[in-house]
Design a protein around this ligand. Sequence first.
Ligand code: PLP
Length: 227
Amino acid sequence: MSEDVFSRYQRVRTEIDAAARAAGREPDEVFLLPVSKTVTAAVIRELYDRGLRDFGENRVPVLEEKAAALPGDIRWHFIGQLQANKVRKAVKLAYMIHSCDSAALVDRIDRISGEEGRRPRLLVEVNISGEASKSGVPAAACREVISAAANCRCAQFSGLMTMAPFGAAPEELHRIFSALREIGEAARRETGLALPVLSMGMSGDCREAVACGSTLVRIGTAIFAEA
Ligand SMILES: *Cc1c(COP(=O)(O)O)cnc(C)c1O
């Protein structure tokens, strides 16, 4: 029998704890977000029944389907590219939107949040590596998006997110993740906001992300891929 999904979650949690301690940090400084985009509501339910409440999804129609099939106290994290015409649905369901990559999108989320009486947390997604295929605002242009996020009246600007290129070397990962942390520090100084969230690190690069200050790792494969 393959290892069950909660055992895999616990094993990943133990690895994150070790990575935090190795970096001189406390394990509870790093939140482990299971990215459930590849699995059914029934698999999410297994983790829900073990007490987990946060899950990451990257497509609005799938998020809607799963949210309808699962308990209402789940905190859904939207981590995919968000099209303007899907903002209302995302705002109605999401606890946190990790993928805000333009000032226009931030303004739209905030306006619709007001209309819907919601206060989603927002992260500005920064494309540090400059890879054309990756989403996120280029680092050179991120101040405008950060300033839009800081001016939100309903949505709550909570920090930054990045994705590193798949298979990048450790030195490159350190450069990318440290750059996001530094942008976060500058944004804190400029906005006076706490901005506690640095969403960085996936199955393949979470150790480096934790070493560089990640407070939230988004883990799919290591938890949900069948062993
Ligand atoms: C799929 C996805 C993840 C999880 O990636 P794994 O490599 O499977 O851990 C994290 N973040 C985003 C934005 C994703 O789309």
